[in-house]
Design a protein around this ligand. Structure first.
Ligand code: G4P
Length: 544
């Protein structure tokens, strides 16, 4: 059975005032370390929104993953980067856009860029593991943007770490204050439910609702001692009362302004697999998260409602269709209403044009759109004119959104073409692929293009590069892995690179614009280099 995503259709609706359309949009990314339960949680959200037709199947999740991974396999076969899909669904009057961030080996710079298009992030953490590597990396990007971060601690139906330790781990590892919205009672076989701090009720756990909408959970006010004892046991009740007291006294108070500034993360506990705590989370989340945020441009902040249509490109994907060498540019609409019949201006190209084949990309479905609103993500056919970070606005206007930073690659290789006669195709191919943002290319500091160093965020991108150069440019290459894991941009331009002294394993390189960068094997070398060069400022993000 294939899962069906009902097409979230904007034009089927009778759209009145478009400020209302914008204000009911919520656009967020889901971040997690692989296997924490991101896919399962997303699917449960879709279930509530009625966007998935599960046909009563409890195996909904496995099926859904199958559908999505089918698409990914096809993409891999073609040797292109894996799509971060966008899912749109309706729930309680909200129009919700979820941006999926690919994990595992599919992790790439695009995963980071996707976060640039979101207004908030949901962080899924495995209750038995706490904060893991990939969460840490993605979290840093959220912090840089000061977007609200909501934490869902998942898999409470399995033995979990101590709840206070889990919160401590988030605070220490990620440097963000936590505010539990609900509190778990036991875990694993002893998981009894959660205590909702706002209503001061216990919501009892039942896994009988697995695969369907939550419905029969019982709510018991904590003041109903007898009833509570009957449901969760005397020992659990006493422990809960102690923990509530501790919590009320010691945890950061709920403060919406701090949440919206990204300084405080509300924490929820649940079990996505058994569908417990998911709808409560969704409801609280929708109350706390923001409408589409204003974005900074060179003329100041652009208000999503007040301003006419504008968007920026956050991702470019080549070869979506094998028959044609096409490219799709993904745009986040930042303000106003997009109307396919109207002309728009591509600011960086200086051209007035119509966006071609605007579509909504949902897993393996494409749907042509005629209109969309601030908060939405659209993909448009790109005849090779768009670059990441470009601005699109109305023809009468001229402004540019703040660029998207370049994120630090973590894997590096020296690349050479096998047939030296094909130098021209090689340089053209690798430069074009770098422009699309799939890879970053660098040169030795004091030489020309002879030596090219490729940097990628996820190792899959090396295969992508090899495959695409062979298939699209007819150039075979050889990749020689380099031991570096860290790259840093030099923030203070006055530094004389020839005089800069680092550790013996540090490497000086430059990007295509001639900006100097440093490669390091480990964190220790970074620290040593900073110590040895007074005033040196290094950054993990490059500016475009
Ligand atoms: P990801 O997208 O973050 O990588 O994680 P995903 O949802 O694919 O979940 C990873 C595994 O964890 C899956 O098991 C999934 O069923 C399980 N899981 C997710 N949420 C929960 C939960 O709340 N409780 C428990 N006990 N398990 C959970 P799998 O065996 O890898 O896949 P499958 O055979 O179940 O499809």
């Amino acid at each position: 059975m294939r899962i069906r995503y009902q097409k979230a259709s904007l034009e089927d609706k009778n759209v009145g005032n478009y400020a209302d359309e914008i204000n009911r949009r919520r656009t967020f990314a889901i971040i997690s370390h692989p296997d924490a339960g991101k896919t399962t949680l997303t699917e449960k959200f879709l279930l509530y929104g009625g966007a998935i037709n599960l046909a009563g199947s409890v195996k909904g999740k496995a099926t859904a993953r199958h559908a999505v991974s089918d698409w990914m396999e096809i993409e891999k076969e073609r040797g292109i980067s894996v799509t971060s899909s966008v899912l749109q669904f309706e729930y309680g009057g909200f129009c919700i856009n979820i941006l999926d961030t690919p994990g595992h080996q599919d992790f790439s710079e695009d995963t980071y860029r996707t976060l640039m298009a979101a207004d908030s992030a949901v962080m899924v953490i495995d209750a038995s593991k706490g904060v893991e590597a990939q969460t840490r990396k993605l979290f840093k990007v959220c912090v840089m943007r000061h977007i609200p971060i909501f934490t869902f601690i998942n898999k409470m139906d399995r033995d979990a770490n101590d709840t206070f330790e889990l919160l401590d781990d988030i605070e220490k590892e990620l440097g963000i204050a936590t505010c539990p919205v609900n509190w778990p009672i036991g875990s694993g076989k002893n998981f009894k439910g959660v205590y909702d701090r706002e209503s001061r009720c216990v919501i009892t756990y039942s896994d009988t609702e697995k695969g369907t909408k939550e419905g029969h959970a019982t709510r018991i006010p904590v003041t109903e001692e007898e009833m509570l004892t009957a449901q969760i046991g005397a020992k659990n009740r006493v422990q809960l009362m102690d923990e509530i007291e501790l919590l009320d006294g010691a945890s950061a108070p709920y403060d919406l302004a701090q949440i919206q500034a990204g300084d405080l993360t509300p924490v929820f506990f649940g079990s996505a697999l058994t569908n417990f705590g998911v709808e409560i989370f969704l409801q609280h989340f929708l109350k706390m998260t923001t409408t589409p945020l204003a974005r900074r441009a060179d003329i100041g902040l652009i208000d999503p409602v007040e301003h006419d249509f504008s968007a920026f490109v956050f991702k470019i994907q080549a070869n979506m269709n094998k028959a044609h060498r096409d490219r799709i540019a993904f745009m986040r609409i930042c303000s106003g209403r997009f109307d396919v019949s109207e002309e728009v201006k591509h600011v960086q190209g200086g051209k007035v044009m119509r966006l071609s084949q605007p579509q909504q990309i949902m897993a393996d479905e494409r749907k042509i759109l005629s209109e969309a609103y601030a908060g939405d993500i659209i993909g448009v056919f790109d005849p090779g004119i768009f670059a990441i970070g470009d601005t699109i606005c109305m023809p009468k206007e001229e402004f540019a959104y703040e660029g998207i930073p370049t994120f630090a690659p973590e894997h590096f290789a020296r690349v050479r073409q096998i047939d030296t006669m094909k130098r021209k195709q090689f340089v053209k191919g690798i430069t074009q692929i770098a422009q699309e943002g799939a890879i970053q290319i660098f040169q030795e500091f004091n030489t020309g293009m002879e030596e090219i160093i490729v940097g990628v965020v996820g190792v899959l991108q090396f295969d992508v590069l090899k495959y695409r150069l062979e298939n699209e440019y007819n150039v075979e290459i050889k990749l020689e892995n380099l031991p570096y894991e860290h790259i840093r941009w030099i923030e203070n331009k006055e530094i004389d690179l020839d005089k800069l002294t680092g550790t013996s394993d540090m490497k000086k390189i430059k990007d295509l614009k001639g900006n100097p960068l440093l490669l390091f094997v480990n964190q220790w070398s970074i620290g040593m280099t900073l110590d040895r060069n007074e005033g040196l400022i290094l950054s993990e993000f490059g500016r475009n």
